[in-house]
Design a protein around this ligand. Structure first.
Ligand code: GLC
Length: 748
């Protein structure tokens, strides 16, 4: 990085920073040795949990020794006030300068009391509920000594083969941006120094969700248009929302590992966007540049990463081993370290850690905060709102509350761990309310449970593969006999909690193991089946869609899973969720998403095969983005605009009437899409540009208004420049991305 760029970036950053804090940082920097500066850029994993491969040479003894020398700026995965206080005490009381540690943790969807997985929360489209969910996570994490969460993850992805789709907000940049903002505000609150808030972390910067074939830690080759219009917008939204840290990622982007990408981390993030927080590497991503073949050794990896703007090395042992010598050898300018350390110290000051390094270490507060009733209510509310009713053809749902014989089948129905998802390192196994327990709260019916078949065999753990049960059908007979005598059969099928998440890419998107056979065997003796999915990714459930009358997408809903599912099945909560990610008919359709390009041959108008399609499956998905039913029914009409031709830059008002045409009060996510018919860069056939969660009483009609402006109608060209082009546009409004209610306008 040239000095002029560094100075320009510093001036940009200085605009919004606190002069008092900056003065303190300058004073402290002058006292620090090169080794102490490198120390601030070094993050170690706590000695209790490993969330990634332990690097060679890492050891508790060495970490304690470095802690005492002031060579550690941050720890991650240190759990609980006692343990945090212990390491903080060393940093503050036993080192020369007493610089406090910043303590990070993967608080992805809750700390101890878990919300639904982030993809499920995204299905609620309820930004207030999502923000509240993040604030509950922050309250419990900060009460446990944590002051920095490695979330929200905002990797847009169109590929459900990738295990980490569960961790994000789905396939759309607009929805993903709004959710990123809500989560950053939820984690950080209005005052970062407040003891119940934590610094958030926009991750993984960038394009991890476009990993080739959905394979984990893989290459990413995408064009400028996808990068600027799909991948980056949520990160920019997070920076504009004030996120204080960013985490880079394991992938390379177009041949350059992002941890070594000055284009991403300096030109865009810190330059163009003026981000003044700090960038932490993902776990050992810096030294993995050696495996990528981008660095000869740790010394070159350190040089490339610090030059590219990676400020902190997570568990890589690269900066601590090589950076000081690189400075002494004149290969790396010390000003690069000063820039990184300034950013790290800035966030520590903003958290109030210098005022009171033990402010997050209050055991009484830990005791009264973790798992309190208010948090259970919040995660239950979030869980109910995250459920998506995919199908209810014969109105089998809601279930009658009495006089019914209900059969409940499926190992996941009694599983109290899987509903917690895979990112639950601070929570405890068997702490979710199971669907069985939730259903037992409704005593008006007879309820008989049969497991039917295990989803997996052996022990399921965070860092081990789940061994799927694809042979043992010994429970089928009991399940079939229970189903035969029931009025309604509720089947809870899907994925074990550790079949999605990091390191869990799948090539098969069907129900794992023998569950599909179980579903078909039960359906044969009783067609009145309600399928409840417990899963962390879109599944290709074409057979179920063709046969099963009612299908509910219940994801992995966290601690209150069973109560949320039961309240929806029994109609005490009218489902309002909408899919944040497309469900394919089969894995061969992947990637499949709603905002696709029209192509030069969009349909078979000539009645031949020469058009964009597969010959062995329909072009449409099983369930489209934005799809979700309700126990109510909604009708859209009277789509209007305040004109048919507008000057570029004008605000454009779009209104629509929505009526609840049922006798049941309900909620509807009213969605607004546009299409820019002609662009110098081709534009998608639809783009989400607005949505509103609307409550409608039985029979009620409301007029919903949206405003479109340049921000809505423009896009980034291949130079990364935001442009608005005059021309013809369409507007669509409805309850999903396949809505046909449309209007046209011209932009002059
Ligand atoms: C993991 C994940 C990252 C997480 C970090 C710390 O490998 O990629 O999202 O925050 O390491 O656990």
């Amino acid at each position: 990085m040239t000095m002029t760029v560094a100075r320009a970036q510093k001036q940009e950053m200085m605009k919004n920073t606190n002069p008092e804090i900056e003065f303190k940082i300058d004073s402290l920097l002058q006292l620090m040795t090169v080794e102490e500066k490198v120390g601030q850029m070094n993050q170690y994993n706590g000695f209790w949990d490993v969330t990634g491969p332990a690097p060679e040479g890492g050891s508790a003894e060495k970490k304690y020794e470095h802690l005492r020398k002031g060579w550690v700026g941050s720890m991650l995965s240190v759990r609980g006030v006692k343990q945090v206080r212990a390491v903080q005490k060393i940093a503050v009381e036993e080192t020369r300068l007493g610089i406090p540690l910043i303590i990070g943790f993967d608080v992805i969807h809750g700390y101890k009391t878990l919300s639904p997985i982030p993809l499920a929360e995204a299905a609620s489209w309820d930004l207030e509920a999502i923000k509240n969910s993040a604030s509950v996570a922050a309250a419990e994490a900060s009460a446990s000594g944590i002051n920095w969460t490695f979330g929200p993850m905002m990797d847009i992805s169109r590929d459900p083969r990738w295990g980490r789709v569960m961790e994000g907000a789905g396939e759309d940049a607009f929805l993903g941006s709004r959710i990123a903002e809500a989560r950053v505000h939820g984690f950080q609150g209005d005052d970062l120094s407040a003891v119940h808030t934590v610094a958030a972390c926009a991750k993984h910067f960038a394009a991890y969700g476009f990993s080739e074939s959905g394979k984990e830690y893989n290459t990413v080759d995408i064009g400028a248009s996808t990068l600027h219009n799909v991948v980056l917008p949520p990160f920019k939204a997070a920076v504009n929302a004030g996120v204080r840290t960013v985490m880079n990622s394991f992938n390379e982007l177009n041949g350059v590992p992002v941890t070594g990408s000055s284009y991403l981390q300096r030109d865009i993030l810190k330059g163009e966007w003026g981000f003044d927080g700090f960038v932490v590497s993902d776990w050992a991503s810096i030294n993995e540049m050696i495996n990528w073949g981008h660095a000869r050794d740790k010394r070159e990896a350190a040089q490339k990463a610090v030059t590219a703007g990676s400020d902190m090395d997570m568990e890589g042992n690269v900066y601590i081993e090589a950076l000081a010598q690189l400075v002494k050898d004149g290969v790396v300018e010390e000003s690069l370290l000063d820039d990184a350390v300034r950013r790290i110290l800035r966030v520590k000051y903003e958290l109030g850690l210098f005022d009171d390094p033990y402010k997050y270490c209050d055991e009484a507060r830990e005791k009264e905060t973790i798992g309190n009733a208010k948090h259970h209510e919040a995660v239950l509310d979030m869980a109910k709102k995250s459920i998506v009713l995919l199908k209810n053809d014969t109105n089998l749902l809601p279930l009658k509350k009495e006089g019914q014989k209900i059969a409940l089948i499926g190992a996941l129905a009694s599983d109290k761990s899987s509903p917690l998802g895979s990112w639950r390192i601070a929570s405890d196994d068997d702490t979710a309310v199971s669907v069985l327990e939730g259903m037992q709260n409704y005593s008006g019916n007879s309820l008989t449970y049969a497991k039917g078949a295990d989803v997996f065999v052996g022990q399921a753990q965070f860092i081990q593969e789940v061994v799927v049960n694809d042979a043992d059908k010994s429970g089928f007979e009991e399940a079939i006999s229970v189903a035969k005598n029931a009025d309604v059969v509720v089947m809870v099928l899907g994925e074990q909690g550790f079949q999605t998440g990091e390191g869990r890419s799948r090539t098969n998107l069907q129900l794992p193991g023998v569950q599909q056979e179980l579903l078909e065997a039960v359906f044969k003796v009783n067609p009145n089946v309600v399928l409840v999915l417990n899963n962390g990714r879109p599944l290709a459930i074409s057979w179920a869609d063709a046969h099963i009358p009612a299908i509910v997408e219940a994801w992995q809903l966290g601690t209150e899973t069973g109560n949320a599912v039961a309240q929806v099945l029994y109609g005490d909560y009218n489902p309002s969720g909408k899919l944040p990610m497309t469900f394919p008919r089969n894995v061969g359709q992947v990637p499949i998403y709603y905002n696709f390009k029209n192509t030069g041959r969009p349909d078979d108008k000539d009645g031949n095969v020469f058009w964009s399609h597969f010959i062995d499956v329909e072009k449409t998905p099983l369930y489209p983005f934005g799809h979700g039913l309700s126990y109510s029914t909604f009708e859209y009409s009277d789509l209007k605009m305040d004109g048919t031709s507008f000057e570029t830059g004008a605000d454009i008002v779009v209104s629509v009437q929505v009526q609840n045409t049922s006798p049941v009060d309900g909620k509807e996510v009213v969605q607004l899409y546009i299409r820019d018919l002609v662009g110098s860069i081709t534009r998608p056939v639809k783009e989400l540009k607005g949505f509103e969660l609307v409550e409608l009483k039985a029979g009620e009609t409301k007029s919903i208004r949206f405003k479109l402006n340049n921000e809505s109608l423009g896009y980034y060209n291949n130079d990364g420049k935001f442009i608005v082009e005059p021309g013809d546009f369409k507007v669509f409004v409805g309850g999903s991305s396949i809505t046909r209610l449309e209007s046209d306008f011209e932009l002059k």
